[in-house]
Design a protein around this ligand. Structure first.
Ligand SMILES: Cc1cc2nc3c(=O)[nH]c(=O)nc-3n(C[C@H](O)[C@H](O)[C@H](O)COP(=O)(O)OP(=O)(O)OC[C@H]3O[C@@H](n4cnc5c(N)ncnc54)[C@H](O)[C@@H]3O)c2cc1C
Length: 482
């Protein structure tokens, strides 16, 4: 081996520096301390690995955090944590957290109209009576949903079929605005870029397999599962599996940090610039000031940035990573000086005309997120990156005041966040990475390394799958030892 590196019989890297043997202090280095990096550190730590996690920012959590602004506790965007009955986050909570956050019933999804709120249709029966879009369009859309579920029940792949091409033609502009708003929130892009599968899975019309990334192992089980999901056409069982963490989003982060075993070391304000490799294997990472060695590296930052961080990546893989599509969002948090009847509900609302938003009055869940008697609402918009931030903020405020005209007189706090909610948007032609990379022992984890579900659930799916890959590679033993 070159560069003074050697490997002992167990595969652990060591180096002779001035004839003194230096063993690497860590088994695994994790780049990035968002929820997927932290879930990974937690699980690997509990399996007995010596882990170093490096986060470039001052705070951990990435998009999963909360902080104070003028007496209001805002989250990094409005959040509904999903899959709480039997999803991957539930599995991580049950198997690895020493302290379980309390999730409050999520409530109801609403549509905001100029005349007030209406419930989002949760099943076909409600959808047929949903008079915000013309009757003719409702019938056409119900038939399209039934057809899509039936196709997927029989294993027909709808992942590369766009919603735009699947829908009947001649729908009204109003209906198209509604469908586009739904697509934006499920994939980050409009209906031309959103797949039929994404809409079915994102709206819980179809479940996604917990263990098998490739959608079901045995065809019979697969079909039975999908057919049972047809029952969703008549009932709504979504709400019980969704929740908002009591005390705000940071409660989930705090529970993960509290459960972290002592063999996990975390350093913030450390941006990893390079992932070092030797003969096609990961051997460590470098920041501007320091280098750290380990025989396994997990990247939970942006997979898209790997070509700038790793030397030995094959050209085909680099061009795949360049196809990763991302959407930016703008969240406007408004602190109101009093609670107003327009937000007298638990859950969230969608405005779908011209510029869609998704909003949550989070202070209705749990006291303390707003000062007593006041109210806190987060409004998230998909950003148009061709426009300036200032233009986008002004446009967002115009939309909010058009949707809720009285709101202006109650605003005492305004705070904006620009974020990338998912590291890879699930579009029909975008790339989603695998957990394994062409570099041996370099893994990717997070929302750009799994296409199942969304957000925290997607990060959890990705983490569990990466752990399984490490076991398959002989890099991790089955049993948890801490
Ligand atoms: C407005 C908004 C609303 C959302 N709503 C929901 C919702 O309702 N439900 C839901 O489940 N999810 C929701 N999400 C998404 C969810 O928050 C994210 O999908 C999830 O938190 C992503 O976690 P992650 O760890 O994969 O990525 P990130 O949170 O992006 O974490 C990546 C971390 O890596 C660090 N990093 C990157 N590069 C480096 C480097 N080179 N060196 C060191 N550190 C590095 C970053 O600083 C960051 O901390 C929402 C997100 C937003 C923004």
């Amino acid at each position: 081996m070159s560069d003074g590196y050697n490997r002992n019989r167990e595969g652990i890297l060591f180096q002779y520096v001035d004839k003194v043997l230096v063993m690497s202090r860590y088994d695994i280095i994790i780049v990035g301390g968002g929820i997927s990096g932290l879930f990974s550190a937690l699980i690997l730590g509990k399996h007995g690995k010596k882990v170093l996690l490096l986060e470039e920012r001052e705070f951990l959590g990435g998009n999963c955090n909360s902080y104070m602004v003028d007496g209001f506790q805002v989250d990094t965007g409005p959040h509904a944590v999903t899959g709480l009955v039997n999803g991957p986050t539930r599995r991580i909570i049950d198997e690895y957290l020493d302290y379980t956050p309390i999730f409050l019933d999520y409530g109801t999804y609403h549509l905001r109209t100029p005349d007030g709120l209406v419930n989002v249709p949760a099943n076909i029966t409600e959808f047929v009576g949903f008079d915000l879009i013309p009757r003719r369009d409702r019938l056409a859309l119900s038939q399209a949903i039934t057809k899509a579920i039936t196709l997927s029940a029989f294993g027909i792949d709808t992942t590369s079929q766009s919603v735009h091409d699947f829908l009947p033609k001649n729908l009204s502009t109003h209906t198209l605005e509604f469908v586009n708003a739904v697509c934006h929130f499920l994939s980050g892009r409009d209906m031309k870029k959103t797949s039929v599968h994404r809409v079915l899975a994102g709206s819980n019309f179809m479940s996604e397999p917990l263990d098998d990334k490739k959608n079901g192992s045995k065809l019979t089980e697969h079909v039975t599962d999908r057919i049972s999901k047809l029952s969703r056409l008549a009932t709504n069982k979504v709400s019980e599996s969704q929740g908002y963490p009591r005390g705000g989003l940071k409660t989930l982060l705090n529970a993960v940090l509290y459960s972290m075993p002592p063999n996990v070391e975390i350093q913030t304000n450390h941006k990893v610039k390079r992932i070092t490799t030797l003969d096609g294997r990961a051997i460590g990472v470098e920041t501007d000031e320091e280098s750290f060695e380990s025989s396994i590296v997990v990247h939970s930052g942006f997979a898209k940035e790997l070509p700038e961080m790793v030397n030995e990546l094959p050209a085909g893989y680099v061009s795949d990573l360049r196809r990763i599509d991302q959407t930016k969002s703008l969240t406007v948090w408004l602190g109101l000086k009093e609670e107003i009847p327009e937000f007298n509900y638990i859950g969230s609302e969608i405005w779908f005309r011209e510029q869609p938003y998704w909003a949550m009055p989070i202070s209705n869940y749990t006291p303390g997120l707003a000062p007593r008697g006041k109210q806190l609402i987060g409004f998230t918009f998909v950003m148009n990156e061709k426009r300036t931030l200032k233009t986008e903020k002004n446009k967002a405020m115009d939309t909010i005041t058009r949707a809720i005209p009285r709101i202006e007189q109650f605003i005492e706090m305004e705070h904006c966040q620009t974020t990338i909610p998912e590291k890879a948007a699930v579009t029909i032609d975008g790339y989603i990475a695998e957990n394994r990379t062409p570099i041996k022992n370099l893994y990717i984890v997070g929302t750009d390394a799994d296409r199942r579900s969304m957000g925290i659930t997607r990060a959890a799916y990705s983490t569990l799958h990466m752990i399984q890959e490490m076991k398959n590679d002989g890099n991790l033993k089955e049993e948890r030892i801490v």
